[in-house]
Design a protein around this ligand. Structure first.
Ligand code: CLF
Ligand code: SF4
Length: 468
């Protein structure tokens, strides 16, 4: 990777899977209007192209947004990126969007700027994007064929006219591709978001992946449609379902070899704050930030980030060592397993099983540890007691995993997990995720090869060998 590209992504939690363990982003909800209609959107809620559907953010003026950024930066030193991702489309609100970025450039020039758009207005604003040093732009591209597009977008508003059907999809497609090419020519990193809509664009997304790669996209993020009748969207009301985890994985696999895929997206809110996967937006509501003392101390932020960079390098070296051990272990062979990890960030196994709201899933083999995705779960520990229904839900969510690595776990859930062929492992508490994963994998593969303990076949059957 070119050094200048690496510099742009090394601390961007969305553009680098490694960075998402260590660095935080926040969104400021300054952009309420939109210039088109997606069938998975209801304007009562935030833009679903970069946000979790069914969520409504508190709208901010540019001045309020900047105050909020300074408040967050003075309390969350991991913050490296500020994005505008709604609640409508950032470029359908150019005045508010670019005024926010202008103020941020003045007051916190070290923070990276990011925006997300449906792409309709993009070609008109590429100069502004470059002027304000916005180095990362996400474009939602759900189709490259207007016949498919007409099933997703009932209308667009363009050149003071409302266009519908194939004509609308044609204009949108042409504008998205032109915008992408213009950004690539100017060296702006682009990520493409595609909403996977079964029966509409599932087979088509391979073509989208190819088209955006050809035009210089850096990353492709395929997000599952979340469709709920209670959200009142066209798709929700017409029983358009979202994809299963398996369908999503199949489409991602069909796209592999094309544009690089992002797999760690959390479909966050238009006012999200914190590490991906944690949501601290409520700590920074308007009334709270108005009362907060803001101490934006550049020196201590730089020191914090220097310590983080050192930690990332230490982790990388430790991973190499343990990977060499796994490769030298003949028992690992072609074995490939999934494991779930309870982490609160920092790249370490550091969360209590009873308190997790998501588990990160990795594929582990002698080739390394690869992030597969995250699984949302309800916290198992409710008011000090284990919740049986919650445990079943967690087991269903990670049923494809051979082990769950946690910082701590009570005795109650272990039996049910073991019955499902999921080993509960707490001996790597505080360890680096990949080091823990590979150490466990080394041990597990030796046990399987030696014919002892429990193991799980690729189709999920649990086999109990002679007692260890
Ligand atoms: Fe925000 Fe998007 Fe920038 Fe990231 S989110 S504007 S690129 S700073 Fe990230 Fe959130 Fe997924 Fe978006 S996890 S929804 S990909
Ligand atoms: Fe809704 Fe975003 Fe689509 Fe606009 S671009 S209709 S805000 S999902």
């Amino acid at each position: 990777m070119l050094p200048e590209v690496w510099e742009k992504i090394r601390d961007h939690p969305c553009y680098s899977e490694e960075a998402h363990h260590h660095y935080a982003r926040m969104h400021v909800a300054v952009a309420p209007a939109c210039n088109l209609q997606c069938n998975y959107c209801n304007r009562k809620y935030d833009c679903s192209n970069e946000s979790r559907p069914g969520v409504t953010s508190q709208k901010l003026t540019p001045e309020q947004a900047v105050r909020k950024v300074m408040a967050v930066a003075s309390r969350i030193p991991q913050l490296t990126v500020v994005g505008i991702a709604g609640p409508g489309d950032s470029l359908a609100n150019p005045g508010r969007t670019f005024e926010t970025f202008r103020l941020l450039q003045e007051q916190a020039p070290e923070i990276k700027l990011c925006l997300s758009t449906n792409g309709l207005a993009l070609p008109d604003f590429v100069d502004d994007i470059c002027r304000y040093n916005i180095d990362h732009v996400t474009i939602t591209v759900n189709m490259v064929d207007p016949v498919v597009g007409a099933k997703i977008y009932p209308w667009i508003f363009w050149n003071r006219r409302r266009l519908t059907g194939k004509e609308a999809a044609c204009v949108l497609h042409e504008r998205q591709m032109r915008g992408l090419e213009m950004l690539a020519e100017r060296g702006v990193l682009t990520k493409i978001n595609s909403v996977l809509i079964p029966g509409i664009n599932d087979e088509h997304l391979v073509e989208v992946n190819r088209a955006v790669k050809e035009r210089g996209a850096f990353l492709h993020n395929i997000m599952p449609l979340i469709s709920d009748p209670s959200h009142g969207t066209y798709f929700g009301l017409h029983q358009q379902r979202g994809p299963t985890a398996h369908e999503l994985k199949e489409v991602q696999e069909a796209c592999s070899g094309g544009a690089n895929l992002m797999r760690h997206c959390r479909q966050c809110r238009a006012d999200a704050v914190g590490l991906l996967g944690e949501d601290r937006s409520e700590e920074f509501s308007l009334d709270k930030i108005e009362q907060m003392e803001i101490e934006y101390d550049r020196k201590s932020l730089r020191e914090y980030q220097w310590r983080t960079e050192t930690e990332v390098i230490v982790q990388r070296e430790a991973k190499k060592e343990v990977l060499a051990l796994a490769q030298a272990n003949k028992a690992t062979g072609a074995l490939k397993v999934h494991i779930a990890v309870a982490t609160k960030g920092g790249g370490r196994v550091n969360a209590h099983f009873g308190h997790i709201s998501e588990l990160q899933v990795f594929e582990v083999s002698a080739t390394g540890v690869h992030f597969v995705g995250h699984r949302r779960v309800e916290s198992y520990c409710q008011a000090g007691y284990g919740d049986d229904e919650g445990l079943l839900q967690i087991i269903r969510a990670i049923n494809d995993c051979h082990a769950v690595l946690v910082a701590k776990m009570g005795s109650c859930p272990r039996k049910e997990l073991s019955d499902a062929g999921i080993e509960a492992v707490d001996k790597y508490a505080g360890e680096i995720v990949e080091v823990a994963a590979l150490s466990w994998f080394n041990d597990y593969s030796s046990r399987v090869a030696g014919g002892v303990g429990t193991h799980k076949t690729p189709d999920g059957a649990v086999i109990r060998q002679s007692a260890p």
